[in-house]
Structures are given as structure tokens and as C-alpha cells.
Write a protein that binds this ligand. Structure first.
Ligand code: PMP
Length: 350
């Protein structure tokens, strides 16, 4: 081993879902099958390349303003970043600096462990119960901070806001981050609680309900003090995180509320229909409130099924991990994409 090796920060990185270049039925990374708001296309078409000579607005002002208006909060209560991964990473760096372990569920977004590793944050995982639900009481103990997604991933299960509030209330000495990447498909957001609890940060994304995963926009909503700490960390890291297109397109997407709501309706309708179809084929599905379904079949091995689907150009997600190796996570696509998926399953199971 070279002696410089000991000075290298070694981490076990996150493994993102596959992004195949060829055309496939892509139900593996929870993207939205519908295009972004029409105004976004217009901005892209009219973009003047000369604008790229200049640095973007380091405050992402237009985007922050649109989000603050949408949520009815102050502009000093919103922080934007390059996807919610960037925002969450900044949150880990800024808020989780205790010697005590941070807490998150054992089955959850696998990036949490990676950031904890990267920033050398001690952590402990709280096991989901036999029905894959978060047990809120497990979080009522001394810790260095709490983070969980609602709905959780990859289960899709939504925790009622009362339970979320109980976790926040029982952890007022530390920061609690609620990762709401999928909340628009689910139910009430915890954003309404940020003025009540000064330890709460809610993180959301444009990658799912707003059909803009490729643009990389995420944001946090909290009180002005915690947002200031987040900005201090951001300006100590990279001041120009958001490019001018992301700022303009993001703001436009937020302003088009009608298009957004229509998109949500289509996805949730297809999700409920797809759950029925899966049950009809003998799958057990968790009652997902997100834009994906976590399902298992008593007779068919999930790993084998995953491979067979992939051979036919249908991509879903499978983890060879404890408790979930017999499950597939299937993103809700268009009705037509889901029909192709179900046609395959029917033939496979004959
Ligand atoms: N949180 C959860 C729970 C997710 O599943 C994802 C998507 N991989 C993210 C955050 C990050 O999404 P993005 O960086 O695209 O906003």
C-alpha cells in the first residue's frame, strides 16, 4: 500500500439505478413518464446560449421566490440545490455533527448510509416492523439527528402526518429531516409544521412529480435560521450550484399548478390500477402512496423475474438485500407502458 493511501478518504459509494441508452420500458428509477410543464419546453427553446458566458444567480432567486409563493413561506425559508441528493448531502454535512448516532430506518433510501460514511457520521438503523412500517417509538431516544423519507422508499408506505409530528416533537434537541421526494403522490406534507418546530427540515425534489429528474433540482424548506446555516455551508462548498436553465425552468414548473395536479392525478390513477393488476396476478403489494409499487410473488423468484424482464427491455429495480430480495420495485409508467409490463408478466406466468 502506498503511504498516501492512508490520507485518502475512502467511501462506499451509492449505486444509482441503471440509465440505459437504448429505448426501454423504464420502470426502474422512479422518473415521471410525462413531460415537464409546457412552459419549461418554451424556456429551453428560447434560451440564449450567450447567457452561459455569465455565472448564474448564486441565490437562485427566481426559483426560491416561486417556491416560497407556492408554499406560502418566506423566501428566507427555502434552500435550493442540484437535486434533493445535493440538498440532503448539504443537510448531512451541516446538521449531523454530533458524536451520537443519527437514526434512520434499516430499509430506506440507501444514500443515507453513504453520506454518513462520506462525512464520518455515526449512525444506527431502526428496523421497520413486519409490515415494513416505521416504528415511531424507536426514534424516541438519544441521537445525533433523525432522517426518514415519507413516503418511505422503496416501500412506498406513507406515514400519517401525526406520526411524523410525534417523531419531530420527541426529538427537539436535534435536527429532524423529512425527505419528501414522493409526497406529492401521497398525502399531506410536513411543510406546514416548519413554523411550529424549529428543528424540522423538509426536503423535496423536482425529479418525480415535476418530471424534471434530468434538470437536477431539489429544495429544503425550514425556518430562516436553519436555511441560513445551510447556505453558509453551501457558500463554503460551491456558490454557483444552480445553472440558469434550472433556475428558470424550475420556477416555471412551479407556477403551472394545473399541469402539475393533472400529472399527479394520472400517475396515482395508474398506480391504483396497477396494484389491482398485480394482485390479480398473485403478487402482494405494499400499499404504496408513491409513484412506484413494491411487490413480491409467492411463486416467482424476484431476481429471476427481474432478469427476465430486463431481457425483454423492461427495467424495474431489484435489491439482493436482506428482507427485500424477493421484492421488485416497479415505477408507475404510463398506462401503455404498464400494459406492456403486464402482458409480459401474463406470458411469463403461464
Ligand atoms: N430521496 C429519496 C427517498 C429518493 O428516492 C431519491 C431518488 N433517488 C432522492 C431523495 C433524490 O432524488 P433527486 O436527487 O433526483 O432529487
Amino acid at each position: 500500500m502506498k503511504s498516501f493511501e492512508k490520507n485518502i478518504r475512502k467511501v462506499e459509494p451509492y449505486v444509482p439505478g441503471e440509465q440505459p441508452r437504448q429505448k426501454v420500458i423504464k420502470l426502474n428509477t422512479n422518473e415521471n413518464p410525462y413531460p415537464p410543464a409546457p412552459g419549461v419546453k418554451k424556456i429551453l427553446e428560447n434560451m440564449d446560449a450567450d447567457r452561459l458566458r455569465l455565472y448564474p444567480d448564486p441565490t437562485s432567486g427566481e426559483l426560491i421566490k416561486a417556491l416560497a409563493k407556492y408554499y406560502g413561506v418566506g423566501e428566507d425559508q427555502v434552500f435550493a440545490g442540484v437535486g434533493s441528493d445535493d440538498v440532503l448531502s448539504m443537510c448531512f454535512l451541516t446538521f449531523f455533527n454530533s458524536e451520537k448516532p443519527i437514526l434512520f430506518p434499516d430499509i430506506t433510501y440507501s444514500f443515507y448510509k453513504v453520506w454518513a460514511g462520506l462525512y464520518r457520521i455515526p449512525y444506527e438503523c431502526c428496523a421497520l416492523d413486519g409490515n415494513f412500517r416505521i416504528v415511531k417509538e424507536d426514534y424516541y431516544r438519544e441521537n445525533g439527528g433523525v432522517i426518514f423519507p415519507n413516503p418511505n422508499a422503496p416501500t412506498g408506505l406513507y406515514q400519517e402526518l401525526g406520526d411524523v409530528e410525534d417523531i419531530i416533537r420527541n426529538n427537539q434537541d436535534v435536527i429532524v429531516i423529512v425527505d419528501e421526494a414522493y409526497v406529492d403522490f401521497a398525502g399531506k406534507s410536513a411543510v406546514g409544521l416548519v413554523d411550529k418546530y424549529d428543528n424540522l427540515i423538509v426536503v423535496q425534489t423536482f425529479s418525480k412529480a415535476r418530471s424534471m429528474a434530468g434538470m437536477r433540482i431539489g429544495y429544503a424548506i425550514s425556518n430562516p435560521l436553519l436555511i441560513r446555516y445551510l447556505n453558509d455551508a453551501k457558500y463554503s462548498f460551491n456558490s454557483y450550484t444552480m445553472n440558469p436553465l434550472s433556475i428558470a425552468c424550475g420556477a416555471e414548473a412551479v407556477r403551472d399548478r394545473a399541469y402539475f395536479e393533472e400529472g399527479l392525478r394520472k400517475i396515482t390513477e395508474t398506480r391504483e390500477w396497477a396494484k389491482e393488476q398485480l394482485s390479480g396476478l398473485g403478487f402482494s403489494c405494499l400499499d404504496s402512496k408513491a409513484n412506484f409499487i413494491f411487490a413480491t410473488h409467492p411463486q416467482y423468484d424476484a431476481g429471476e423475474l427481474f432478469k427476465a424482464l430486463k431481457e425483454k427491455g423492461i427495467y424495474v429495480r431489484h435489491w439482493d438485500a436482506e428482507r427485500i430480495s424477493q421484492y421488485l420495485r416497479i415505477t408507475v409508467g404510463t398506462r401503455e407502458e404498464m400494459e406492456i409490463f403486464f402482458d409480459f408478466l401474463r406470458r411469463y406466468m403461464k
